[in-house]
Write a protein of this length. Structure first.
Length: 159
């Protein structure tokens, strides 16, 4: 595939099927699924580590000493919305399978309208780590503080 800029042809090493919108949509969906599985698997690995940790390790990780894997997985905004996101994805992906989509198109159509709920949950899922109080520090002071690993707030589930 070639792209032309100022009359010069440049070889593009990858192909993005922008003219095939359904193929592009499916490619993005499978990519989202792959990275979701990696993301969720990493969190469950961490939940297992939290369940086996002692109170000193939990305090060092900026978690309450009484934290359990269940309270972190379901008792936080990120945990509860993450589980709901997986359920919504399961419904949407299941209804998008070809044999269901062809035989029961209405199920596919209405389940794909769950994207509104999906994006609402996605925005609230990530808000716990993006919106943090900086203690009245300026932007430069906050950057300096975050560079110092000893004073860096490593947990973003509790703030």
């Amino acid at each position: 595939m070639y792209a032309s800029f100022s009359g010069k042809k440049i070889l593009i090493f990858f192909q993005v099927p922008l003219d095939k919108n359904i193929t592009f949509h499916k490619t993005i969906a499978w990519t989202i699924l792959l990275f979701t599985l990696l993301h969720v698997g990493s969190h469950y690995f961490n939940f297992n580590a939290i369940g086996n940790a002692n109170s000193a390790t939990l305090i060092a990780a900026n978690l309450p000493p009484t934290a359990t894997s269940y309270t972190v997985a379901f008792g936080t905004v990120a945990g509860s919305t993450g589980h709901l996101l997986v359920i919504v994805m399961l419904i949407m992906y299941s209804a998008a399978m070809e044999h269901i989509r062809r035989k029961y198109f209405e199920i596919f159509w209405y389940s794909h309208h769950l994207f509104i709920l999906f994006f609402t949950l996605l925005l609230s899922h990530g808000s716990g780590c993006l919106i943090q109080a900086n203690g009245g520090l300026t932007v430069n002071e906050t950057r300096k503080k975050k560079r110092n690993r000893a004073s860096h707030n490593r947990g973003c589930m509790y703030f």
